[in-house]
Design a protein around this ligand. Structure first.
Ligand code: NAG
Ligand code: NAG
Ligand code: NAG
Ligand code: NAG
Ligand code: NAG
Ligand code: NAG
Length: 647
């Protein structure tokens, strides 16, 4: 066993002699496997007091360990570190940055500290720390946005003169994994209170080479209970090959209607159907309330210890769930068996508060329009006081987790929060939204929402991949879009949905439409097929075809986008059970307010490149054209040390 000495004092850690500098090794809050074979694992902690990230890397090699943080999983633009222990037991760390798919460049300013390093006959362990923000232009600031950990390892120690001696890691000894690196851990871990029980279900699929993607849906029944229970979280349990091929799993609670349950019971013995195709039974569509949302890299969810989501509200009632599993087979492998399980945690010892969730964002209707070829297109959905006043108690509700959702064009999502003419720090922001990583975000601090508040979800899209047609709202992951967020909160109130969409008069104005057929009914704003594509009697065509024919290049897109995102919207406010809170939908607008001011970055040198890359148009519009904060806002999203309350 090699022992490494850089010590001020020595402590014994898991049987190996580990050496520590001025810091003691903290308790890690996150633990995860990196590669599919379990050779390389990581534990980490975002130390918000010291403003630094501490990572513990363990790999089955006596050579070098590579670790990095990237916005998109690629080496170009990534921030990297290579560390190893040489045969004499001396530890090395090398700060690097990626410029492409070749050996990373050496960063002359080393910002990584070795807290501990050891090597035995088979493994190397390195504990490293780095400040969230180093003010080094070759480093990526660690922020709340979605990031990917990239990793690689080699079997040999590099010589002393990196990078030339760093041997190529080979195609297998590398990969990437999504992470919200600075957020509190959402995972349940192993320390569950004694009263918590587990209900396990899973899936199993043989991958076929002619299917590079497959959505599979089946119905399961929850164990029957004699008393009410609280759902308090879940863990994903990977089985064979699931790390590689399982992409996401969503578990929806079905309506609970006794007649519907009768029908659903019949499906529980059936292996399932391909989702959202004609083969999928119509009965499945009643299962709408998302309980579990897991996607690649997700760690599970955990509710705060005083809140639980009531599942079986009437003792003895049967509860059914729709399980949607997405298998992704880009390598077109054949005959590979994939299996996985989910552990649902619940308790009969009811917690102090019933938790609930409700939906905010853009109504899933014909007003959701993302024109083609736009680098930045902003969509907003309002949840105004007109709705909140109908459902919230005077003392408000406390939001503790947020789940942001858009499809493949979504780039930046943020939940903005207004009160008394002032904007509070955003409740949730992801400035690097990635459809492939949909993990519930745990708020650092709970956020109270009062009845007189206003919440706006904004989604920025990049539609440059769409050459021709508009992307409309819909359920298809590719080719249709959404702009939604679920807010998880307590105490539970009878609220289901608070969304908005541009007023039809705005659509008429910007798209040169004189009349919609059945105009009065449009206001019902259902997401059914016809309402997504109403008929335009004076044009003799349907809305989507008409809008597809717009000549976008001749339009002032800033103005069109401004009118749609900032002009009058109709709000849809639904109580649980789909009961509208208003007879007529309120007309609402983006609030006039003192917009949130983002604090100046610690590292002004970093403002420049980000500003250039930035979003000036969309953000200028975000706060009204004249607002000055917008530029800073973009920059500082990346730079951190601003008082964002989230992600
Ligand atoms: C070597 O270190 C690894 C990682 O800490 C550990 O799992 C393994 O048991 C160790 N092997 C021996 C022989 O001590
Ligand atoms: C359930 O399945 C049985 C047997 O296939 C069938 O007779 C019955 O009609 C089904 N019930 C419902 C509600 O679909
Ligand atoms: C665009 O939409 C029109 C109908 O509005 C359709 O006929 C056409 O095929 C679509 N083009 C592409 C490239 O999908
Ligand atoms: C587009 O519209 C915006 C907002 O109405 C306006 O400020 C801008 O001058 C217009 N641009 C052009 C090229 O007309
Ligand atoms: C923008 O900010 C600067 C400095 O803070 C201020 O002098 C200027 O008046 C502002 N402009 C607008 C349009 O608000
Ligand atoms: C992330 O959000 C939290 C608030 O929830 C904030 O305290 C923290 O500073 C943010 N971190 C970064 C790096 O922006």
């Amino acid at each position: 066993m090699m022992v490494v000495v850089i010590p001020l004092f020595i402590c014994v850690i898991s049987g190996a002699l580990g050496l520590v500098t001025e810091d003691t090794i903290p308790a890690f809050t996150h633990h995860a496997g990196l590669d599919p074979d379990g050779k390389y694992t990581i534990a980490w902690l975002a130390d918000k007091e010291k403003m630094e990230l501490v990572v513990s890397l363990t790999c089955a090699t006596r050579g070098w360990l590579g670790f990095g943080v990237s916005t998109n999983g690629a080496m170009r633009g990534a921030d990297m570190v290579t560390a190893w222990v040489d045969d004499a037991g001396k530890p090395f760390v090398q700060d690097q940055y990626g410029e492409g798919n070749f050996l990373p460049a050496v960063d002359t300013q080393n910002d990584w500290r070795i807290l501990q390093a050891s090597e035995n006959s088979s493994h190397t362990v390195m504990v490293l720390a780095r400040a969230f923000d180093t003010c080094d232009p070759h480093d990526l600031p660690f922020t709340n946005a979605t990031k990917r950990f990239i990793y690689a390892w080699g079997e040999e120690d590099p010589g002393s003169n990196l990078p030339e001696n760093l041997l190529y890691h080979g195609p297998r000894n590398r990969g990437s994994r999504y992470a919200f690196m600075l957020q509190p851990s959402p995972s349940t871990g192993d320390n569950l209170p004694a009263d918590v029980k587990t209900w396990r279900f899973g899936g199993n699929m043989i991958i076929q080479k002619h299917r590079h993607t497959l959505y599979w849906c089946n119905i399961i029944e929850a164990p029957q209970m004699s008393t009410q229970i609280h759902y308090i979280g879940y863990d994903m349990k990977h089985g064979q090959n699931s790390l590689q091929y399982l992409h996401h799993v969503v578990v929806f609670e079905c309506s609970g209607d006794p007649d519907e349950n009768e029908k659903l019971h019949n499906y529980t013995t059936h292996g399932g159907h391909e989702c959202y195709t004609e083969n999928m039974p119509q009965d499945f569509t009643q299962c709408k309330a998302a309980l579990v949302v897991w996607a690649v890299g997700g760690e599970g969810d955990k509710f705060p210890k005083y809140a639980g989501y009531p599942l079986l509200t009437e003792p003895g009632r049967r509860t059914f769930f729709l399980v949607e599993a997405h298998y992704d087979n880009q390598p077109r492998d054949h005959g590979v068996e994939v299996d996985w399980n989910i552990d649902i945690f619940y308790t009969q010892k009811l917690r102090e508060y019933d938790a609930g969730n409700f939906l905010i964002g853009h109504n899933l209707n014909f007003g959701h329009v993302v024109p083609p070829r736009q680098k930045h297109w902003l969509t907003s959905g309002h949840c105004p006081r007109e709705c909140l006043q109908e459902v919230l108690p005077e003392e408000g509700i406390k939001v503790f987790m947020v789940f942001l959702h858009a499809h493949t064009l979504g780039r930046k999502l943020r939940v903005r929060h207004f009160r008394n003419g002032e904007e509070l720090p955003p409740m949730a922001v992801d400035d690097n939204y990635d459809f492939n990583f949909q993990q519930t975000a745990v708020l650092d601090q709970e956020r109270t929402v009062f009845p007189e508040d206003h919440i706006t979800l904004e989604c920025d899209y990049d539609s440059r991949s769409q050459h021709d047609n508009v992307t409309y709202a819909g359920f298809a992951a590719v080719g249709q879009e959404m702009c939604l967020a679920f807010l998880m909160y307590y105490p539970r109130i009878p609220m289901a949905e608070c969304v908005s969409a541009p007023h039809p008069e705005i659509l008429k104005k910007v798209f040169d439409i004189d009349q919609f057929d059945h105009e009065e009914e449009l206001y019902t704003f259902n997401a059914n097929h016809e309402a997504l594509n109403p008929y335009l009697p004076n044009k003799g065509v349907q809305y989507q075809d008409w809008v597809n024919r717009r000549n976008w290049d001749d339009m002032n897109m800033t103005d069109v986008n401004y009118q749609m995102a900032r002009g009058p919207h109709l709000n849809r406010c639904l109580k649980r059970g789909g009961i509208p809170a208003h007879e007529r939908k309120p007309v609402v607008k983006f609030p006039v307010a003192k917009y949130y001011t983002y604090q100046a970055a610690e590292c002004p040198s970093l403002l420049h490149p980000i500003g250039k890359e930035g979003l000036s148009e969309a953000y200028n519009m975000a706060n009204g054209n004249a607002n000055n904060n917008s530029f800073m806002l973009i920059a500082v999203f990346y730079i951190f040390r601003y008082t964002f309350s989230f992600l």
